[in-house]
Each structure stands twice: as structure tokens, then as C-alpha cells.
Design a protein around this ligand. Structure first.
Ligand code: NAD
Length: 367
């Protein structure tokens, strides 16, 4: 059942990416995004990407820093009425230029702004991790469903050509029967004051941040849903960075086919790697999920480097923005919907529980 569902998701991804090359019918306007949170990602990475989009444009900004918001608005020719702060955000309901709200805030604020956006009648693109608990994810999905709005999670790797090609190759049997996947993601958290190290804002440590890439990769590369997880945390609590959240956590996923996922996340080592082993060979990506610069090898080692065909979108970020715009315009469900974020959050909660209780946690309801 799950395999069939993942197949559908992959073919929906291919279909939707192919259709994004065709564009809207004449007369359709690009849909307007409001970016909430003008930080490194929202301002530094996403806003410049509207220049690469065909179906999306910047329509508003939401920030606690008025001067910064005015500067961004001026640079992008936005009218003064397109600037909001966190208190008057709900006024966005009266702005017809905004179709979609993109939540680029610290993790613990994702649920609140997703729900407020849906209640204001806007569709939502929410950054990863979807939220900080299963309960929050469920409330976000319910709010978007009640308002009849779409909800997509910022899983940009589903629009990135190397990851898409790796998924296609794995599914086509290029490595044979999948036996094992390793996926490690981390960076060195050098600033002890960053919100990522404060549980009240992050919901957790490296797992909530880089661990999402490791977990996602294990699921989209195998095309399976794990049935059990066993996790172990390793954190030096004397390190002032890690008084509140975990540093390193590794977890083993058991898949129905018998394949094993060995995943890791860290805030004290830089790594970005996916290795899938089958009974006939391997598919390896390193760096695997960065903003750019991916490399991939297919075969028995690193002898054969593979370059995928370019994707239909100029970049993974533009592909992601345009995908949701097209889903809104055509009534389709995003390939990385709120339900996909919820699936990850259920596993994340099980990973933390396994590490805490020092035992395997079943994910399939079996004792
Ligand atoms: P950041 O710290 O650079 O930006 C956060 C923004 O939120 C800032 O503009 C800040 O002013 C604002 N903010 C509002 N209230 C705040 C509060 N109480 N405390 C702290 N900041 C507050 O963070 P970022 O790197 O832009 O991350 C934002 C979100 O984007 C996170 O959920 C993160 O996981 C996600 N992200 C995703 C990717 C990706 O590749 N998909 C990459 C980076 C970040």
C-alpha cells in the first residue's frame, strides 16, 4: 500500500514538474506570495528566487523590523500597504494581491502563522520542520482544510534535479534491491545565541533542523515508510551550546522490505551525504541536499559520476514556489503536502522517544 502511494507521489512530482514548463493559460497572473520572516532564508534565499519564477511573485513582506521591511519593499516595488508586522499580520486577509503566505520563521512559530494565514484565507507554504509536534501539525492541517486552503512544506529537495534523479534511479532498480540507506546531515553551530539552540523556538536540536533532510532522504530514496525506529543521542551537555537541545542523534529505521536506514544529524560536524546500497550497486550523493553543488555517483563506488538532466525550473527554490502556485491555480494537491510533514513529525517524535527511553519504537502500531 505504502509503496503504491510513494509511486503515486513520485509520478505526481514528475507530472507536475513537466507541466510547470508549459506555463499558465494566457491571462493568468503569477500568484502573489507574502514572505513571513525576513531572515537568512526568507530574505537571503527565497526573495531573490522570485526572479527565477514563472508563476509566482513577491506581493508582501511580514517582519518585526519596519526599516528592513521598507527597504525590501522598495527594492521590489511593493506598495507601502504590502508591509505587515507580526501584530497586524491578520490584516493580510484584505490584500487580494497575496494568494500564498510563506512561513520562514523559527520552527515554534510555524503552526501559529500557518493557522493565522489559513484563517485569513491564504494558502500556505511552511518551512521545515513543519512544526514542533504532531499535535501542531494536525492543527495546521485541520485549519487549512477548514479554510479550504492548500498547505505545502518547504521540502525543496523534491524539486532538485540530483535528488529527483536519485529517486528515479533507486525506484528503477539501478542499485538492485534496496538493502541499506545511510543519510547524514549536519553543520557546526558556532553561535551559541542562535534560536536553533533554544528549545522554546526550535522545538529541538539538530534533528529538528538537519535531521529532517536525513529522514526525508531515507523515505524518498527507499520509497517506503519505516515500521520501527531505534535512536541514540550523543550530546556534551557541558558545551554551552547544548544546554537546551541535542547535538548529535543517530537513528536506525526498519522498512517493510527489510531495508535498513541509518540516519544521523549533528550540530557539531559538517556533513551532507546520502548513500543508498542495493544488492547490485549503489547511488551516492555528496553534497546531497545543499542549495547547490550536488554531486552523484552510481555504480559500485565513485567511478561513475552522473549528472542529471536539468530540471524544468531554473532552481529548486523557484520550482518549489511555482509548484504551489500551480497547485493553487489548478486545484492540485502539492507533492509535499502538510500530510507529508506530519508523517515526518510522527517519526521525529518516535526518534526522540526511542533515545529517551532507550528502546525501539514501533511505528506500525505493532507491539
Ligand atoms: P533566521 O534566524 O535567519 O530568520 C528567522 C526570522 O524570524 C528573522 O527574520 C527573525 O527576525 C524572525 N523572528 C520573528 N520572531 C522571532 C523570534 N521570536 N526569535 C527569532 N527570530 C524571530 O532563520 P532562518 O535560517 O531563516 O530559518 C527560518 C526557517 O526556515 C526555519 O524554520 C528553518 O528551519 C527554515 N530553513 C529552511 C531552509 C531550507 O533549505 N529549506 C534553510 C534555512 C532555514
Amino acid at each position: 500500500m505504502e509503496l503504491a502511494r510513494r509511486d503515486l507521489i513520485l509520478s505526481a512530482a514528475a507530472l507536475s514538474l513537466a507541466s510547470s514548463t508549459r506555463g499558465f493559460a494566457a491571462g493568468d497572473r503569477p500568484l502573489g506570495y507574502a514572505i513571513v520572516g525576513l531572515g537568512n532564508y526568507g530574505l537571503g534565499r527565497i526573495i531573490p528566487e522570485f526572479a527565477n519564477c514563472r508563476h509566482s511573485r513577491l506581493a508582501a513582506v511580514v517582519s518585526g523590523d519596519r526599516a528592513k521591511a521598507e527597504k525590501v519593499a522598495a527594492e521590489h516595488n511593493l506598495p507601502a500597504g504590502s508591509i505587515y508586522n507580526y501584530r497586524d499580520f491578520d490584516r493580510i486577509r484584505d490584500n487580494p494581491a497575496v494568494d500564498i503566505v510563506y512561513v520562514c520563521l523559527p520552527n515554534a512559530m510555524h503552526a501559529e502563522y500557518t493557522i493565522r494565514a489559513a484563517q485569513a484565507g491564504k494558502h500556505v507554504l511552511c518551512e521545515k520542520p513543519m512544526a514542533v509536534s504532531v499535535a501542531e501539525c494536525e492543527a495546521m492541517i485541520a485549519a487549512c482544510r477548514k479554510a479550504d486552503r492548500k498547505l505545502m512544506i518547504g521540502y525543496r529537495c523534491h524539486f532538485e534535479p540530483y535528488n529527483l534523479e536519485a529517486m528515479r534511479l533507486a525506484k528503477s532498480g539501478a542499485a538492485g534491491k534496496i538493502r541499506y540507506i545511510r543519510s547524514e546531515h549536519g553543520f557546526t553551530a558556532s553561535d551559541p545565541t542562535m534560536w536553533r539552540l533554544k528549545r522554546a523556538l526550535s522545538g529541538g536540536g539538530s534533528l529538528m533542523d538537519m535531521g529532517v533532510y536525513s529522514l526525508q532522504a531515507a523515505r524518498y530514496m527507499t520509497g517506503e515508510e519505516p515500521v520501527a525506529v531505534t535512536a541514540r543521542e550523543s550530546t556534551d551537555r557541558r558545551d554551552p551550546r547544548f544546554t537546551d537541545v541535542e547535538d548529535m542523534i543517530d537513528w536506525t529505521l526498519e522498512f517493510p522490505s527489510g531495508a535498513i536506514g541509518s540516519c544521523q544529524s549533528s550540530y557539531s560536524a559538517n556533513h551532507n551525504h546520502i548513500l543508498l546500497m542495493g544488492d547490485k550497486g549503489r547511488i551516492e550523493l555528496e553534497p546531497a541536499t545543499g542549495y547547490a553543488g550536488q554531486r552523484m555517483w552510481v555504480g559500485n563506488g565513485r567511478e561513475r559520476e552522473v549528472t542529471p538532466p536539468p530540471g524544468p525550473a531554473k532552481t529548486q527554490f523557484a520550482g518549489q514556489l511555482d509548484h504551489l502556485a500551480q497547485c493553487v491555480a489548478t486545484g492540485r494537491t502539492p507533492i509535499v503536502s502538510g500530510e507529508e510533514g506530519l508523517r515526518d513529525m510522527r517519526i521525529i517524535e518516535a526518534i526522540y522517544r526511542s533515545a529517551r527511553e532507550n528502546r525501539t519504537i514501533r511505528l506500525d502500531g505493532r507491539a
